[in-house]
Design a protein around this ligand. Structure first.
Ligand code: IMP
Length: 203
């Protein structure tokens, strides 16, 4: 099954492909000649996910899904949340964002946090959303070079290492994105059956 993931983030694309496994071919907006930056101007993760999916649908005419993710830190009242990408600067400066987060948590004992992902899917003129989360805590210092974004400072519950230290297979088994993408896959499988999609017969 071919799906468009409305993202220009290759890390997200790789993760989603690994989580979905065989049976899905993931395309990106650039495969359809859309190279513009995808806007995310809403004030909720849901709003941004929908905006991204609608933008790509509008420009390509094709069904697609988009995700928006935020890191919500308990001691910061849920910040940076929907502002996670632009926490320190206007750009997606991962190093500056994690540095600012560690600075804002200096001397703070309560390090609880969660990643939350919302996926918006546009399919046959309808909109569906799927959510995933992983709970954990913010480390005292950045560690590891795998993954992306805030991975070097996030230690998932039940582990002692950050997402950036853990193997990709572990992150992709337990992450916020994994949970949301799996819900999407279950939905698509059922949807295909209900629509009598021949490629899903017997699955
Ligand atoms: P967005 O969903 O692309 O808007 O991401 C918001 C911010 O969270 C960006 O700074 C991303 O780098 C970061 N982010 C998104 N997903 C992850 C993840 O799986 N791990 C770590 N950081 C992430």
């Amino acid at each position: 099954m071919e799906l468009i993931f409305a993202t220009n983030n290759r890390h997200k694309l790789e993760e989603a492909a690994q989580i979905l496994g065989g049976g899905y071919i993931l395309k990106t907006p650039s495969d359809f000649g859309l190279s513009e930056e995808i806007p995310e101007e809403r004030d909720t993760l849901e709003g941004n996910a929908v905006q991204k999916a609608e933008f790509v649908k509008f420009h390509t005419g094709l069904d697609c899904f988009a995700d928006d993710t935020g890191l919500e830190v308990e001691a910061l009242g849920g910040e940076p949340g929907v502002r996670s990408a632009r926490y320190a600067t206007d750009g997606h400066d991962f190093g500056a964002n994690t540095a600012l987060l560690l600075k804002n948590l200096e001397g703070v004992a309560d390090r609880r946090a969660r990643f939350r992902t919302v996926i918006a899917l546009i399919l046959d003129g309808r909109l569906y959303t799927f959510e995933g989360e992983v709970r954990g805590k913010i480390s005292r210092t950045a560690a590891g070079n795998k993954g992306f974004g805030y991975d070097p400072v996030f230690i998932p519950e039940g582990y002692t290492e950050t997402f950036a230290q853990l193997p990709a297979e572990v992150k992709n088994a337990i992450s916020h994105r994994a949970e949301a993408v799996r819900k999407l896959a279950v939905f698509l499988k059922d949807y295909g059956k209900y629509q009598g999609d021949p490629s899903l017969k017997g699955k």
